[in-house]
Design a protein around this ligand. Structure first.
Ligand code: AMP
Length: 184
């Protein structure tokens, strides 16, 4: 099963992705996690993207698309994947469409976690992950970037008929149940 988890920063994508990974035994692929690990290890990729992540802006499409295309070739994704944080722009979605076709990997579900914007800021501030981009100012930037560049990706998948909107308010377990019910 190939799943894309979608939604604004603070919607709970990472938390739900980990639960889905355990339930379906398919790996979670988070582009944000890959970038943060690269920054921590000071790899060439990390050095390249550090200031971008710190600012709350997006890494260039080409960099992310190449990264995901390479990563998905790993055998561990043969039985499926849970994409979290990608695609984040319409050009990324278009490029991913081609990658998926070339690798024979159709997207089965595009799961959108919907949470009101007011709630997002307080959630991110209270989750206390110690991320450099979790300050109030950077959260504002990330939400603006989400609205202008990322939200249109939803229509792209709506048109493909695989989009599932999930109410992202409730306990972690309630939201997880809604997601798994929508996948049947
Ligand atoms: P996340 O952990 O998904 O919130 O991602 C953290 C940061 O990584 C984002 O604010 C972007 O700077 C960068 N990033 C992650 N995924 C992408 C992507 N698909 N396209 C561009 N930038 C990304």
């Amino acid at each position: 099963m190939n799943i894309i988890l979608f939604g604004p920063p603070g919607a709970g994508k990472g938390t739900q992705a980990k639960l889905l990974q355990d339930k379906y035994a398919i790996p979670h692929l988070s582009t944000g996690d890959i970038f943060r690990t690269a920054i921590k290890n000071e790899t060439p990729l990390g050095v390249k993207v550090k200031s971008i992540l710190d600012s709350g802006q997006l890494v260039p499409d080409e960099t992310v698309v190449d990264l995901v295309a390479e990563e998905l070739k790993a055998p561990k994704y043969d039985n499926g994947f849970i994409l979290d944080g990608f695609p984040r722009t319409v050009p990324q979605a278009e490029a991913f469409n081609e990658i998926a076709a070339n690798q024979n990997k159709a997207v089965d579900a595009f799961v959108v976690l919907t949470v009101p914007e007011k709630e997002l800021v307080s959630r991110i501030l209270s989750r206390g992950q110690g991320r450099a981009d979790d300050t109030e100012e950077k959260i504002k930037t990330r939400l603006e970037v989400y609205r202008s560049e990322t939200e249109p990706v939803q229509n792209y998948y709506k048109a493909k008929g695989v989009e599932k909107e999930i109410n992202g308010i409730g306990t972690v377990e309630e939201i997880f149940d809604r997601i798994t019910s929508s996948l049947h």
